[in-house]
Ligand binder design. Structure first.
Ligand code: IYR
Length: 231
């Protein structure tokens, strides 16, 4: 039996269905948690991609994982535009680099530039054309029906942030590298990708395998006891 296609549920009465996930034994849960912790700690934001093709189905599956994220009022206020076309990727790179030149030349301000210094980033964005895929994530600031009706969406930033977290986790665990890139300003993406007026760019995520000579900044993560407060 296939699940029915999603339709807006605005104003619909509550209906419950039973939820009985398999009870995972603690030993299995502990092993999975430790393994996930180790594997996720291997994730790095990658800015140097190989041009090698990646299995598109991994990316589609990862987007489906992202779209299973919880969201405000279950409104699922996200759109993932998968850009494969090299010409479009070149246009996105050109527009992003034009903005970043202004940003790095001073628009960001000294404090921000100092915060970025350890990352070694600059206005060159080769990852936007080297990576075989770009996932451009849009947040739906409000619901827009085909007939032009609009309705509010709630907790859009939080919802889309959670979805992107799940997306990069799924990509990483499937062996692909990614970067959550936020060229600023990003409005040009609406035009280049022909998005409707309710959508606002959230991030551009190049996806692929790391280049053979890939390097990442030498950074240290906060330890658990630096981020965890137990009461
Ligand atoms: N958007 C710029 C600057 C930048 C900002 C932050 I905050 C970063 O974590 C990294 C970069 C860029 O993409 O270079």
């Amino acid at each position: 039996m296939s699940t029915p296609a999603w339709e807006p549920t605005h104003g619909q009465e509550y209906r419950g269905v039973s939820y009985r996930p398999r009870r995972i034994p603690a030993t299995e849960g502990l092993a999975t948690a430790a393994d996930l912790r180790r594997r996720m700690d291997e994730r790095r934001s990658v800015r140097r991609f190989s041009e090698d093709l990646v299995p598109e189905q991994i990316v589609r599956d990862a987007i489906a994982v992202a779209s299973s994220a919880p969201s405000g009022a279950h409104q699922q206020p996200w759109t993932f535009v998968l850009v494969k076309d090299p010409g479009i990727r070149r246009r996105i790179r050109a527009a992003a680099e034009e903005e970043e030149r202004v940003s790095y030349a001073g628009r960001l301000g000294e404090e921000w530039l100092n915060a970025l210094r350890p990352l070694g980033t600059d206005d060159h964005k080769p990852h936007l054309t080297d990576a075989p895929f770009l996932i451009v994530v849009f947040q739906q600031r409000f619901y827009l029906a085909a007939d032009g009706t609009t309705r509010k969406h709630y907790y859009v930033d939080e919802s889309v942030g959670i979805a992107v977290g799940m997306l990069i986790s799924a990509l990483h665990l499937s062996g692909l590298a990614a970067l959550v890139h936020t060229p600023s300003p990003m409005r040009f993406l609406c035009e280049v990708l022909g998005r409707p007026r309710n959508e606002k760019p959230f991030a551009v995520i190049p996806v692929g395998y790391p280049a053979d000579d890939c390097e990442v900044p030498d950074l240290v993560r906060k330890s658990l006891n630096q981020v965890l407060v137990e009461i």
